[in-house]
Design a protein around this ligand. Structure first.
Ligand code: CA
Length: 519
């Protein structure tokens, strides 16, 4: 694959030799956000917001329509992206630390002569390894006046996190060693819960009415108990803190925190100077609006950031041979199935946005429906850098998709597994297979299955598992699922016991030392 790519690159750039092309390996700017669903991006057909800069990235390059996280939560997805391995192989199925001895794509790119840097949200507990430079948020980080820390210690950066991280990225690119290609991971906190937009977008989105998704009032009929048992419902589980309600001034300390953490069944708002009490369906509609107004306000700053970074590359002669990627560690429920958060294997949660621009190699407006997974990212970077993809990586280079369409020997299915049970939001552990056309999910603790025909039922409302006509298909999918588990080496390593959640211990330690921090 590499030699073919380099040959194409050599031809494109009018170079005499492969060696010359190898010296022109692409810079890689990997922009990743936290919890940004593809269906809140214009280029993916968003009905709820506009993202002109991300749309520009897509128009000038590539859009993957079917890119997925193989375990749809923050820490595991980040570990998979760095290692090119599933959770059962890289040892990070939940919120536990990435083993600092683990060799990642950053080590391998640095060895191959890349300048490697990591900025922003890390959330893997241990300090970053394999990077020439890093400066990261402790744990989840915070939206306003964020703390970041590097090898030398931590400091507060005044301003809004998305803008702070963007400016740090540009500063880092300005000061990078110019004799090497660069690999920069620029990771935003936004638009993670508790969805705090900057003041400009808070005001702007507070007056908007966001269309509701068709499945906001999904009654879960015919599907597994897991959907009835979850605690990530927009109507029932958003807290006063999520809804940005202001505590009465007399509440202090722990009492104030408890008030903010409660899930209100009645809210008093002010309309034209008059107090109004919201309950029932009126309150439900209001909660959805408050959630999406803030979430989309956060996304808008990220869109600005993408525009600013692309403009900087263009103005500094780095446009042609820099691969700019925009993605998110997983998707998110934007009221779909009545939910917020992620974790489930359903499309809004597991699907990641993936937009890429590389004028030297990718034609404007390239699109593909080929199945891609976050396991593939590390292999892709190595392939482009001319490094052989090691056998321990479980993904494959996405470079063959850069011309659009689906290559003849491409995958037609992938394996998914979610572990964090017991865990946040009472989401039940499950695993499954997604093919080009179907999805089979097993909630193994209750031994309940779901089967969806994604071509006829893209919203995943009609569980076909019990229907007699589906039995031959189910048998085939179960055989393929079992083979995937075998091929990938998932022998149920974390079935009985999960590692402890540890990734937030460090920020708490840092917090104690830090008078101004409320992480
Ligand atoms: Ca996330």
């Amino acid at each position: 694959m590499l030699s073919r790519l380099l040959l194409r690159l050599a031809l494109t750039l009018g170079m005499a030799s492969l060696a010359e092309a190898a010296a022109q390996r692409p810079n890689i700017l990997f922009i990743m956000t936290d919890d940004h669903a593809a269906h809140a991006i214009g280029a993916y057909g968003s009905k709820i917001n506009q993202t002109p800069h991300m749309d520009r990235l897509a128009a000038q390059g590539l859009r993957l329509n079917r890119c997925y996280a193989v375990n749809s939560i923050c820490t595991p997805s980040r570990a998979t992206i760095l290692t090119g391995q599933y959770s059962h192989r890289n040892g990070v199925p939940v919120f536990n630390n990435l083993d600092p001895a683990k060799v990642t794509v950053a080590h391998r790119l640095r060895e191959a002569g890349y300048y490697t840097a990591m900025l922003g949200k890390w959330h893997l507990g241990s300090d970053p390894q394999g990077f020439d430079d890093w400066n990261i948020l402790p744990g989840q980080g915070r939206y306003n006046d964020p703390v970041l820390y590097d090898r030398d210690g931590h400091r507060i950066y005044k301003g809004y996190a998305t803008e702070v991280i963007t400016d740090l990225a540009i500063g880092l690119l300005k000061n990078r060693p110019k004799d090497k290609p660069f690999f920069l991971m620029c990771h935003h906190k936004a638009p993670h819960r508790e969805w705090t937009p900057n003041e400009r977008y808070r005001r702007e989105f507070a007056t908007k009415t966001i269309p509701e998704p068709a499945t906001l009032r999904d009654n879960y009929a015919g599907r597994a108990d897991a959907l009835r048992e979850q605690k990530q419902s927009v109507f029932h589980d958003l807290t006063r803190n999520d809804l940005k309600l202001v505590p009465p001034p007399e509440l202090k300390g722990a009492e104030r925190q408890r008030w903010l953490g409660e899930k209100p069944t009645e809210v008093t708002i002010e309309v034209n100077g008059q107090k109004k009490i919201l309950r029932g369906e009126e309150l439900n509609r209001w909660k959805y609006q408050r959630y999406l107004q803030d979430y989309l306000g956060c996304v808008q700053s990220v869109d600005d950031s993408v525009g600013k970074l692309m403009d900087w590359l263009d103005a500094n002669g780095l446009r042609e041979n820099t691969l700019v990627i925009y993605t998110s560690d997983q998707g998110f429920f934007l009221g779909d199935h009545g939910l917020y958060d992620k974790r489930f294997m359903y499309e809004p949660s597991a699907r990641m946005p993936f937009l890429a621009r590389w004028p030297a190699q990718i034609k404007p407006g390239t699109v593909t429906d080929a199945l891609a997974i976050n396991c593939d990212f590390a292999a892709t970077f190595l392939d482009l850098a001319g490094v052989a993809v090691p056998a321990e990586m479980q993904g494959r280079s996405l470079a063959p998709l850069f011309t659009g369409g689906t290559p003849a020997n491409w995958r037609h299915e992938f394996y998914y597994r979610y572990y964090h049970d017991p865990g946040h939001h009472d989401t039940r552990a499950h695993y499954g297979i997604r093919t080009d056309t179907h999805k089979l999910i097993h909630y193994w603790k209750a031994d309940q299955w779901e089967l969806f025909d994604l071509t006829k039922d893209p919203d995943e409302l009609n569980n076909l598992y019990g229907t007699p006509a589906a039995q031959p298909l189910i048998a085939d999918l179960k055989a393929r699922l079992s083979k995937l588990q075998q091929d990938l080496g998932d022998t149920g390593q974390f079935t009985r016991e999960l590692p402890r959640d540890t990734v937030d211990a460090r920020p708490r330690q840092m917090d104690r030392k830090h008078p101004d921090s409320q992480l």
